[in-house]
Design a protein around this ligand. Structure first.
Ligand code: C5P
Length: 328
């Protein structure tokens, strides 16, 4: 049997980094939002044993370091299935781009295997497997607008934002997430030395996470109660204004922008082209802008493209659209 699925990308609407935990991960708070850009996967279970990965993109690893491999291994075991798993990844999303491509591919592998084998794991088991493979996987088992806490793997469906037009720009700069976290720590420690003790820094980081929860809450409740039930551009504009007013930001910008100033220029260019809100996604290198209309987003993508920035106009996906399109 062969099953074909779409594997969508995400952006982060704000990302607050907390203290480093004893397990080496960082506590964080973020709002994930799925978007329409996607890879395509074909997953086949044939006679035999083992896992094989093929991709049109030579940058995709085809060994056990691939998240799809790690998921296929776990999923076959959990589903008590046998066979040779062949995964074809038709890559359109950037590799290491901050759009969660590899994480999304792994979740797509799980969903395709379940469908192909006509078996389903309980959702708690799915979430457990996903979190084991990586912090950014579980969000793709929810889709739409998702709150991420813990190390990002604890996910809660939020009231979906309406579909928003956006422009995604991914400059050819490879950013490693572990390195970005390490650089964050280095800067925190340098800052912390000026404070009395390291403990104080950790406490301040925890407080900051609570503050960011309040900001997200203010933004989301402002948008659901403060904005009259308008359609289209007005509603999008009000939401974006709320987002800016709530002060929601991505902490990775303070680490990544000084190292790659061209990304800060992209953010400015998006704002200059009319984005209501612009930000780095994850640890980058993707920078996105949210726009109040499709027309504005398309114009902005053209303008940035003409200035040599690889920009594409797309839209955010609500939970319903995400699941519908994934299976179509
Ligand atoms: O979970 P994931 O495989 O995406 O994490 C990759 C690396 O990123 C981890 O090994 C860790 O170094 C870093 N990380 C972190 N804090 C998080 C998520 C990831 O320090 N919340």
């Amino acid at each position: 049997m062969t099953v074909a699925v779409r594997s969508f990308a995400k952006i982060n609407l704000g990302l607050e980094i907390g203290p480093r935990r004893p397990d080496g991960f960082h506590g964080l708070r973020t709002v994930y939002q799925t978007i329409a850009l996607h890879d395509r996967l074909r997953v086949e279970v044939a006679r035999g044993i083992g896992i094989e990965i093929r991709s049109n993109d030579p940058r995709v690893p085809c060994d056990e370091s691939n998240t799809c491999w790690r998921m296929a291994e776990r999923a076959m075991k959990a589903l008590k299935a046998r066979g040779r798993v062949v995964i074809h990844i038709e890559k359109s999303l950037p590799v290491q781009g901050g759009l969660g491509g590899a994480s999304s591919n792994a979740v797509a592998t799980l969903l395709a295997l379940e469908r192909g084998l006509a078996k389903q794991l309980p959702s708690a088991e799915r979430l457990r497997l996903a979190a084991e493979v990586g912090s950014d996987l579980p969000l793709f088992l929810v889709g739409g607008t998702v709150l991420g806490v813990g190390r990002g793997e604890q996910v809660y469906p939020l009231e979906d934002l309406p579909s928003l037009d956006c422009v995604i720009v991914t400059p050819e700069v490879g950013i490693s997430t572990p390195q970005a976290f390490a650089e964050w720590d280095r800067r925190q420690e340098a800052g912390g030395r000026m404070q009395e003790t390291g403990k104080l820094t950790a406490a301040a980081a925890s407080d900051k996470l609570v503050g960011s929860s309040h900001a997200v809450c203010a933004w989301l409740s402002g948008s659901s109660t403060g904005v009259p039930a308008q359609r289209g551009g007005d509603r999008a504009e009000a939401l974006l204004l709320d987002l800016v007013h709530a002060g929601i930001e991505n902490d990775f910008e303070s680490v990544v922008f000084p190292l790659h100033p061209e990304l800060r220029r992209v953010k400015r260019a998006l704002a200059g082209a009319g984005a209501g809100y612009a930000s780095l996604s994850g640890s980058g290198s993707t920078v996105y802008g949210l726009f109040r209309s499709r027309e504005l987003a398309q114009k902005a993508a053209l303008r940035l493209g003409a200035e040599g920035m690889p920009a594409v106009a797309t839209k955010t996906l609500t939970r319903r659209e995400y699941w519908k399109r994934l299976r179509d």
